[in-house]
Write a protein that binds this ligand. Structure first.
Ligand code: UT7
Length: 332
């Protein structure tokens, strides 16, 4: 991205609900085992929202944590971008519900739907507003209530997903060395049928039939998505590094979308990355779709694995198919 003014991530805030669903609890719900889930995915538990709570509630908690952590008054936020595939409802946008819950005025916002790439795509959109000088305080939130669209009778998908939210603040960079460097994204719509929620949209509106046929749940051709993900995580990562004259060994941390530990380790192997160059936290959260990358950022910060000046690569692949990468130097 050719920036007019450099942009930095100035803070991170995350939220996961208290309620935990373990692999052992899933063993009682479907024909699965803790061993299978751990070996095939790396997940051992996930967090689930309470009934009556939704994506905007988790987003609100994440934004409040972000604001507390950097002493930002919520009322200073100029633009809210919410990445989600599980909005509270079709409309109004979750960003509007979030604005109301935060009780802030003189802001605007919108939702962005790009599944597991939602956070990285929203980061690039938000950064463009800051780079162009149109806004100085943009909050990007990835928030997904996957439990609302998971079929807890389908063992192939129900073990994978969890709920959570993460938010970051984008601002003009204090030091132009430590800023967002580049984005590289792709979509491949031919992969749409491999990961989708078939009903509820304009093509197949909700009906007794769609409910009876369980079409309001995630349907995934797991192995096809796996193959695409592992190929594209590597390809897109190489593209963004090469066009910035950088090599995998230059990065301090790859923060990948957390869908499957085998995808992450496979990508790391193909790129020749060492274990200390990647962060894995899906064992405790599962796949939280748009929230995985900020949740992993937060964990990396907590573990002291993200320091000012570190070269960081974000990489994700998701439904669409969508492919998203971002390269940045950590700013705080
Ligand atoms: O974030 C969005 C993008 N999504 C992804 O990146 C997910 C990509 N895909 C994956 O991560 C993997 O494909 C899965 C974890 C979903 C599945 O792992 P897999 O190694 O590809 O398994 P599979 O679908 O090829 O199934 C292997 C076997 C099958 O049994 P048979 O036909 O060999 O007898 C499945 O029925 O495992 C069975 N199976 C299970 N067994 C126990 C599928 N799910 C389960 C389960 N417990 N939960």
């Amino acid at each position: 991205m050719k920036t007019v003014r450099p942009v930095q991530i100035s803070g991170v805030g995350c939220y996961v609900p208290d309620k935990i669903l373990t692999n052992h609890e899933l063993e009682k719900m479907v024909d699965t085992s803790d061993e299978w889930i751990l070996q095939r995915t790396g997940i051992s538990k996930r967090h689930i929202v309470d009934r009556g709570k939704a994506t905007s509630d988790m987003a609100e908690r994440a934004v409040r944590k972000l604001c507390d952590s950097i002493q930002l008054n919520c009322s200073e936020i100029e633009l809210l971008i919410v990445a989600t595939v599980t909005p509270d409802m079709f409309f109004p946008a979750t960003a509007c519900l979030l604005q109301d819950k935060l009780g802030i005025s003189r802001t605007w916002g919108f939702d962005l739907s790009a599944a597991c790439c939602g956070f990285v795509y929203s980061l690039s959109v938000g950064a463009a507003f800051v780079a162009a000088g149109l806004h100085s305080k943009v909050v990007v939130v990835g928030s997904d209530t996957m439990s609302s669209i998971v079929d807890y009778q389908d063992r192939a998908t129900c073990v994978l997903f969890g709920d959570g939210a993460g938010a970051v603040l984008l601002e003009p960079a204090m030091d132009e060395k430590n800023c967002l460097i580049d984005f590289y994204h792709e979509v491949d719509g031919s992969g749409g049928p491999d990961l989708q929620m078939p009903a509820g949209g304009s093509l197949l509106p909700a009906s007794c039939e769609t409910v009876k046929n369980r079409l309001h749940y995630i349907k995934q051709a797991g192995p096809a998505v796996f193959r695409f993900a592992i190929r594209k995580m590597e390809e897109a990562s190489r593209t963004i590094l090469e066009r910035n004259q950088l090599y995998p060994e230059d990065i301090q941390l790859l923060i990948p979308h957390q869908a499957n530990a085998r995808i992450i380790r496979g990508t790391a192997d193909r790129l020749g990355l060492r274990e200390d160059q990647i962060i894995l936290n899906l064992h405790k959260y599962g796949n939280t779709t748009a929230a995985t990358i900020p949740l992993a950022m937060q964990d990396a910060l907590n573990l002291g694995r993200l320091r000012k000046g570190d070269l960081v690569l974000l990489a994700s692949v998701g439904a669409g198919f969508t492919v998203g990468t971002a390269l940045l130097r950590w700013a705080f």
